[in-house]
Design a protein around this ligand. Structure first.
Ligand code: ITT
Length: 188
């Protein structure tokens, strides 16, 4: 089976490809040369995943899924949440991380979760799959693998950040892994 993955984020594509192990072939928006910007105007991860998948599916008339993800920090009342990609305004991950660490400077309560919502538009119908991983925000950047907020997130039960783990390790426990497992189950 082949599906379009409505994203321009190559890190997400690489992770999905590793998780799908060839069971589903995916093509990103970059792969199909689709460069129109879709405004993520929703107020929730579900809404934004739906907006991305639905609008692309209608434009190209194919089965499409989208992934809307983010980091939700308890002490920051859920920030950066749906604003994770552009939290510091620049779209640069290191700026986003710096903003989080600054806001948590004097905060001991550092509990947070990563969430992924996948919305699949299949034969015109929407299906949702959600994965969540709880953990803690570190006090400094640790590790160089992964992307986004990975260098400051230690999942519960581990002592390494996602960025200190190999791709294999992260992709066996992550929020994206949990959502993708449900997508695979649905498709099979
Ligand atoms: P698309 O909308 O094109 O898929 P995006 O990067 O804009 O790509 P999101 O709107 O879902 O994706 O933004 C999520 C942001 O949250 C992303 O840019 C990262 O900064 C962060 N993020 C998402 N998943 C992550 C992960 O597994 N590890 C670390 N940070 C992650």
């Amino acid at each position: 089976m082949e599906l379009i993955f409505a994203t321009h984020n190559q890190h997400k594509v690489d992770e999905l490809q590793q998780m799908l192990k060839g069971r589903v072939l995916i093509q990103s928006l970059t792969d199909i040369d689709f460069h129109e910007d879709i405004e993520e105007s929703g107020k929730t991860f579900d809404e934004n995943a739906y907006i991305k998948a639905k609008s692309i599916s209608e434009k190209i008339n194919r089965n499409v899924f989208a992934d809307d993800s983010g980091l939700v920090i308890e002490a920051l009342n859920g920030e950066p949440g749906i604003f994770s990609a552009r939290y510091a305004g620049t779209g640069n991950s290191l700026d986003n991380i710096a903003k989080v660490l600054k806001k948590l400077e004097n905060e001991e309560h550092r509990k947070a979760y990563f969430i992924t919502v996948i919305c699949l538009i299949f034969d015109g119908k929407a299906h949702f799959f959600e994965g969540k991983v709880w953990g803690n925000i570190t006090k400094e950047i640790r590790g160089t693998d992964g992307f986004g907020y990975d260098p400051i997130f230690v999942p519960e039960g581990y002592d390494k950040t996602f960025a200190e783990m190999s791709a294999d390790e992260k992709n066996n426990i992550s929020h994206r892994y949990l959502a993708t497992q449900q997508l695979i189950e649905f498709l099979s």
